[in-house]
Structure formats: structure tokens, C-alpha cells
Design a protein around this ligand. Structure first.
Ligand code: AMP
Ligand code: ZN
Length: 110
């Protein structure tokens, strides 16, 4: 079982920001900005490359709700999902990074 599935199952602790039946948002363990939250579907989906249009449709208002709860919706944030090895994906469970709380710098170098 992947580490994010273990978080969903409660086997690994997390600092939850927001949760519903389908999704959970929690603080990243190694924050890359002042606010760094991870949003995942509770069902295991490997990455954006495999996700259904229905899950993407449902996760959109959830992510928007998370940004309101974090109080970053007005000042802005960066929303990222990494896909596969060239995308820099380390955890093989679809997740969106919300980076906020400061001006986020360049994350990609050639
Ligand atoms: P990615 O490189 O896109 O796969 O990002 C994986 C993210 O998951 C990284 O930012 C990690 O810091 C984060 N992460 C890994 N394990 C945990 C954990 N147990 N709790 C919270 N965040 C985690
Ligand atoms: Zn998983």
C-alpha cells in the first residue's frame, strides 16, 4: 500500500486541513513554502495520467474550499501535480500541491 493510502487509512499520522468522503487535504511533511498542503483522492489513483474526468470535476471545488480554509484564495497560490519520473513524482498516488503564503519562486530548472 502506498504512503498516501496509509494516511487515508490512518496508519500514518497527518495534519489534516480539510476532509470529505472523497478527498483529504493535509500539510506536507517537508514544506517547500510557508504554506504547503497536499490534496489527494482517498481512492488510490496513480497520477493525473490515470484520473477520471469525474474525480477531476469533484476535486476542483474541494481544492478551492481548501484554499479558502487556508485563507490563501485572495493572495494566490501555486497548484501543481507531478506526473511520473520526468515530472518529479515521488509518491505514486495522485496529489496536488498547494504552495502559498509567500511569493513562490521558480521550481523548475533545465
Ligand atoms: P511528489 O514529489 O510530487 O510525489 O511529492 C510528494 C510530496 O509528499 C513531497 O512534497 C513530500 O514532502 C510529501 N510527503 C511524503 N510523505 C509524506 C507524509 N507522510 N506526510 C505528508 N507529506 C508527505
Ligand atoms: Zn495510494
Amino acid at each position: 500500500m502506498c504512503i498516501f493510502c496509509k494516511i487515508v487509512n490512518g496508519e500514518i499520522p497527518n495534519n489534516t486541513v480539510l476532509e470529505n468522503d472523497e478527498f483529504i487535504a493535509f500539510e506536507d511533511i517537508h514544506p517547500q513554502s510557508k504554506i504547503h498542503t497536499i490534496v489527494i483522492p482517498k481512492v488510490h489513483v496513480e497520477s493525473f495520467a490515470q484520473v477520471s474526468a469525474e474525480t477531476m470535476s469533484n476535486i476542483t471545488p474541494f481544492i478551492q474550499e481548501v484554499t479558502k480554509k487556508l485563507n490563501v484564495d485572495k493572495d494566490g497560490y501555486r497548484l501543481i501535480t507531478n506526473i511520473g519520473s520526468n515530472g518529479g513524482q515521488e509518491v505514486p498516488h495522485l496529489h496536488f500541491h498547494i504552495l502559498a503564503g509567500q511569493r513562490v519562486g521558480r521550481l523548475v530548472s533545465k
